[in-house]
Design a protein around this ligand. Structure first.
Ligand SMILES: Cc1ncc(COP(=O)(O)O)c(C=O)c1O
Length: 492
């Protein structure tokens, strides 16, 4: 691509490149979906540094004119002017009646938002591990081997409840961890989010109460809110859900479901203490309330011993155990599962069929193969070691570079550090300052039934970046905090 540049003029080169491309996009000379040359290629063509072309692309992306798609390149989006005119057009009546106010803007979805991969922002906001540690090559080989071996069978719909081989492997892994499981009680779902959606659609009706930890996973709050459920929060401390408060809440609100994340809780990182686990299961059984045990990252433990799953204390059929390969392997596989015995299993399989017929058969077979040949365990150990180092790097950097003492209880696994801010700072005032300093995090409000209760908290994902990037991100956070503080509160 040829872009005329004035190398003697006062205007920085990246601004000139940006202006040229901006004009080409808004005038329609570069139509939507055109692929821009790779920044390296453009830098070579123009005889400038790659940083210059990348900065121009970053500016265009920040204006919503282009988007970088992982592994594919940078593409032109529909120009904002055109988008505005579509919005101004007369929508059909049924569209105008739709209430969109309660839908968060896409960029607010911190849990799923991929880490901002531009060189400028360091994101601690995401809910997954480091994409650089995804075993891409190994998985490609496994996929190829499965296609070669299974041919068309791998590309058929497959079994409603999930690929039998994968269900067997899941049952074996869980059984080896002390949770005796039969393959026929496993239902493979499109991520554990779908398992949660199927369970709540099968068991709950609008207006029903659901008991959730407070704070809890935002995706569950979104789901339950969308289904018109009443959310009842129960506090969390260093030992997990405050189970001693449970019975009073059950008697007062009569929830139809208890949703809990007992291992490396999202967002606090805490694990539910073993006596509380037993008490929770016993109370739920006494009050005839199903428990959904969301074990989204339980295998990512790098210190200490694991506690028994809630489901191991269940006499049978009371606890629905949900897990996923998203956090411990790769989220884009969309492979999660639920273990459920009794009539509910049939209902869930039926609901799954009604929702999306089946999860991708090829991917399920590949995950099955990957786990069977032992690659999964190796990958888990590798990820665990990396997460351990990263957690230490983040905790250490916080001690060194934050201007205030923040309360943090380092978790022994998982992905997150949960931070209580000093009273002088709120996470909503800190967020724009942090963004400006080049770092982002998930503000506490996202995780509370009553968002304002989260003002003093923020969640940092320590798993996304290597230690040196973590240190830089924490330094930036420290700078943002210094700006948020009244000058007297600083640690110096
Ligand atoms: C606690 C928890 N449960 C479930 C999920 C859903 O993950 P997936 O649908 O990718 O399995 C997430 C994702 O962030 C999560 O944090």
């Amino acid at each position: 691509m040829r872009i005329p540049l004035d190398r003697q003029g006062p205007r920085p080169l990246y601004r000139q490149i940006e202006a040229y491309l901006r004009e080409a996009i808004t005038s329609g000379r570069l139509p939507a979906e055109s692929r821009l040359p790779a920044s390296r290629e453009l830098a070579h063509d123009l005889g400038v540094s790659r940083l210059t072309t990348q900065s121009a692309y970053d500016e265009l992306e920040a204006s919503g004119l282009v988007a970088a798609r992982a592994g594919s390149g940078t593409y032109v989006l529909t120009p904002p002017e055109a988008r505005r005119s579509i919005r101004r057009a007369e929508w059909p009546l049924w569209q105008r009646q739709i209430q969109v106010a309660s839908c968060p803007h896409e960029t607010d979805a911190h849990d799923q938002a991929p880490t901002d991969r531009s060189s400028r922002q360091i994101s601690f906001a995401g809910g997954i591990g480091d994409h650089r540690l995804f075993p891409v090559d190994e998985f490609r080989k496994v996929l190829q081997a499965v296609i070669r071996r299974d041919g068309a069978a791998a590309l058929d719909y497959g079994d409603d409840a999930g690929h039998p081989g994968l269900r067997t492997v899941i049952a074996q892994v869980l059984t080896s961890q002390g949770l005796a499981t039969r393959p026929e009680d496993v239902l493979v779902t499109s991520g554990s989010q779908q398992a949660l959606a199927l369970i709540s659609s099968a068991l709950l009706h609008p207006g029903d109460a659901v008991l959730v930890e407070q704070p809890t996973y935002r995706g569950a709050l979104d789901l339950f809110r969308r289904q018109g459920l009443r959310l009842v929060g129960i506090g969390v401390d260093g030992q997990g859900m405050r189970v001693e408060e449970l019975e009073a809440l059950l008697l007062m609100h009569h929830p139809r479901l208890i949703y809990t994340i007992p291992n490396f809780h999202n967002p606090t990182g805490v694990c539910l203490a073993t006596p509380r686990r037993r008490r929770l299961v016993a109370l739920a059984a006494r009050h005839n309330i199903p428990i959904v045990e969301d074990d989204f990252v339980g295998d990512l433990r790098f210190e200490g011993r694991s506690q028994p799953a809630l489901k191991t204390s269940d006499a049978g059929g009371g606890v629905l155990y949900v897990s996923t390969f998203s956090k411990m392997l790769m989220p884009g596989l969309r492979v999660g599962f639920v273990v459920a015995e009794g009539p509910i299993h049939r209902v869930l399989v039926h609901a799954k069929r009604a929702h999306d017929l089946a999860s991708c058969n090829l991917v399920q077979r590949a995950v099955c193969e990957y786990v069977t040949i032992g690659r999964y365990q190796t990958h888990l150990r590798r990820s665990g070691r990396a997460c351990h180092r990263r957690r230490d790097a983040m905790v250490d950097a916080m001690r060194r570079f934050l201007p205030v003492d923040v309360e943090v209880d380092p978790p022994r696994g998982g992905l997150f550090l949960w931070i209580r801010l000093p009273p002088a700072i709120s996470s909503t005032t800190l967020l724009p300052l942090a963004h400006h300093a080049g770092v982002t995090f998930a503000p506490g409000n996202d995780f509370f039934v009553e968002p304002r209760h989260g003002e003093s908290f923020l969640r940092l994902n320590f798993a996304t970046h290597p230690p040196e990037v973590i240190v830089e991100g924490v330094k930036r956070l420290g700078r943002a905090m210094r700006r948020a503080l009244p000058s007297s509160g600083s640690r110096g």
